[in-house]
Ligand binder design. Structure first.
Ligand code: CA2
Length: 145
């Protein structure tokens, strides 16, 4: 089983800006914790971050050749991108959407996600721990458990 992790625009700032909203862990810390969990669950993992929507769409198409599912924090694309949703639906692999913050309790525009209706599951509000919860949920879904 193989999972591709996508971090959307600006998530490379994790741990460096707005720690009161997104916490103190860096993106490298998150990827390290995900890799440790993947090893424990015997799941292969690759991680990807881009600030460019087109690069993310190309990554989805490329990774779908080997990945069974996606773990995605779409960042701001959550609230704007029909194209990201179409790309994920188009490759026919289940994905779990993760948000570090509680998007339902912030500005009203963050309450809507183009991806949530087509996600296998959504985790939000648990800080970076949400990545690990989402990864477990996706692995369980992919194993048919
Ligand atoms: O809570 C989340 O994980 C978000 O997906 C983060 C996005 C935001 O647009 C979503 O509404 C919710 C923002 C990603 C920007 O990442 C930063 C991380 C640290 C500091 C500044 C930006």
């Amino acid at each position: 089983m193989r999972v591709a992790v996508i971090h959307g625009p600006n998530l490379r700032l994790l741990g460096r800006r707005e720690p009161e909203v997104y916490g103190k862990d860096t993106l490298a810390d998150v990827d390290e914790r995900l890799r440790a969990l993947a090893a424990e669950l015997e799941v292969e993992i690759e991680t990807f971050q881009s600030n460019h929507e087109g690069e993310i769409l190309d990554f989805v198409a490329r990774a779908a050749g080997s990945a069974d599912g996606f773990l995605v924090n779409p960042g701001g694309l959550t609230h704007t991108s029909v194209a990201f949703r179409d790309a994920l639906v188009g490759v026919g692999r289940p994905f779990v959407e993760v948000h570090i913050s509680n998007t339902a309790g912030r500005e009203p525009f963050r309450a809507h996600s183009y991806l949530s209706p087509v996600a296998a599951g959504v985790v939000f509000g648990f800080g970076v721990q949400g990545y690990l919860l989402g990864f477990r949920g996706l692995a369980s879904r992919l194993s048919g458990a």
